[in-house]
Design a protein around this ligand. Sequence first.
Ligand SMILES: Cc1cc2nc3c(=O)[nH]c(=O)nc-3n(C[C@H](O)[C@H](O)[C@H](O)COP(=O)(O)OP(=O)(O)OC[C@H]3O[C@@H](n4cnc5c(N)ncnc54)[C@H](O)[C@@H]3O)c2cc1C
Length: 294
Amino acid sequence: MASSKVLIIGCGVAGPVMALLLKKKGYNPIIFERAEALGDIGASFLICPNGLKVLDLVGRVSRRLLDNGPSIEWLLDYRAGGEELGCSDIPSNSKTLYKKPAVGVKRTLLASWLRDMVKDNGIELREGWSLESIDEMDHDVTAHFAGGRSETGAFLVGCDLLRATSRRLLLGKQGISDGLPSFTGLAQTSGISPTPVSLRARPSLRNWYGVNMHLVCYPITHEHTSWELTLPEDSGQEASWGLFDSDKRQAILGHVVERLRSEGWDEVVVELVGSAQRLIKYGIFDRPSLEPKQ
Ligand SMILES: Cc1cc2nc3c(=O)[nH]c(=O)nc-3n(C[C@H](O)[C@H](O)[C@H](O)COP(=O)(O)OP(=O)(O)OC[C@H]3O[C@@H](n4cnc5c(N)ncnc54)[C@H](O)[C@@H]3O)c2cc1C
């Protein structure tokens, strides 16, 4: 091996997991993160059995997830007004079927646990390093970052997501352009709320279906539930994942709650949405599919 140094771009979820796995294999990963300081934004994830299996490979994160909140036991579907449409105990069987349950978690909590592991394993994390370009040589690669800084490694792993600079640069080299994403006409409002008492007994992934509206929720701790409400909107903004301040949150919630009430939605949904302590909102975008290169 010419050099064991590996350049990992992005310290979200994939970046630290990749770094920890490569470290176990004897590489010397360095993570470069665009953000100056990774803050408490975003909402939550539902980690399914396959995700927990991957997290098992990097150590105690998987255990922390299981200690942090209830495993999902049921899938429950309702009409907007609350009438049950169907239920399934597939999640409670997933421990038997897949050797792991599914569990919800606040995104920044998972990300902070992963960063703790990165630190504990002596992996270097450079915050405030934003990838701008890549030079690929025969046996190594040099990444250039904002501010005129650069670093050379044996290979580079792009974990900077869909709008990734690494992806755009590497596709561009092959003459492939991603195309512009288009707004689907749907936006998602996503919040974290205290779990209503009537939802506490059965930790579940719950869906409510109304006319042009859908709400999905799941617990992320023993006291809190994360939810996402999908609604048609005239225009949408791509996710910035930033939280609304209290005034903006109350204004959005007031509008949404009024709409849910006027359309006869289940009172428990009105309570869940109306009591949100964190709120984010983003449009849902579609990307043209990439044509295979001949
Ligand atoms: C702050 C944030 C909050 C989010 N919250 C949620 C959520 O609550 N629920 C949800 O389902 N999804 C959320 N997402 C979307 C999220 O990207 C995915 O759900 C999931 O985290 C994907 O993991 P990932 O590691 O592939 O990418 P991400 O978690 O998005 O991590 C990518 C990282 O790369 C960094 N990066 C980007 N460009 C560069 C560059 N040029 N140079 C260096 N670093 C770069 C970003 O700052 C980011 O930290 C969020 C994304 C972000 C960035």
